[in-house]
Design a protein around this ligand. Structure first.
Ligand code: PRP
Length: 185
């Protein structure tokens, strides 16, 4: 059996560190959304945010609803193209009552979250905030500052904890740096 861990150059964020990050963000969200006037909807951006979202929602104590969107950037491989396409949209009649918190695994160029935030506001959302596990500020193409950040990371190709290369490695329980020879083959 192929061991995907052999493709990992080093572990950037361990399971224990991830757990601490998720616990801290959940506490921040509880503090900010504790009001009775809030209707918090966590929006998981498929597929990369699946693992982070699953862990985060278990630690949040205020009542939450969940929803999912799928957003693809045009182009493949290790570079984002800057253009995005919504292939799975929210289907709900109560958008104007919802306080949406978009959950991302990573911000790179900033195009996805910048576009999605504007999109949900245009659809009439009561409020829209953003939360990312990982942030690569050095890669921004558009200015974007998320409301909740797990940690900033250097410009390395990271996989695991939901993040993929060619759809693999998402199930690894840590965030690791992929060996360059894997994606330059
Ligand atoms: C990744 C990530 C974000 C987006 C960030 O998704 O999950 O959604 O790219 O990049 P940006 O800041 O440059 O817009 P990807 O398109 O790789 O899809 P996936 O989540 O299904 O892996």
């Amino acid at each position: 059996m192929r061991d995907l861990k052999n493709d990992v150059a080093s572990i950037l964020i361990s399971e224990e560190q991830l757990d601490k990050i998720v616990t801290r963000i959940a506490a921040d969200i509880d503090r900010d959304y504790s009001g009775d006037d809030k209707k918090l909807v966590l929006v998981c951006i498929l597929k990369g945010s699946l693992v982070f979202m699953g862990d985060l929602m278990k630690k949040i104590k205020v009542p939450v609803e969940i929803d999912c969107m799928k957003v693809s950037s045009y182009g493949a491989g290790t570079e984002s193209s800057g253009q995005i396409h919504i292939s799975l949209d929210l289907i709900r009649p109560d958008i104007n009552e919802c306080d949406f918190l978009i959950i991302e695994d990573i911000i790179d160029s900033g195009c996805t979250l910048s576009h999605l935030t504007k999109y949900l506001k245009l659809k009439g959302a009561k409020s829209v905030k953003t939360c990312t596990l990982l942030d690569k500020p050095s890669r921004r193409k558009v200015e974007f500052i998320p409301d909740y950040v797990g940690t900033e990371i250097p410009d390395e190709f990271v996989i695991g904890y939901g993040l993929d290369y060619a759809e693999m490695y998402r199930a690894l329980p840590f965030v690791g740096i992929l060996k360059p020879e894997v994606y330059t083959k």
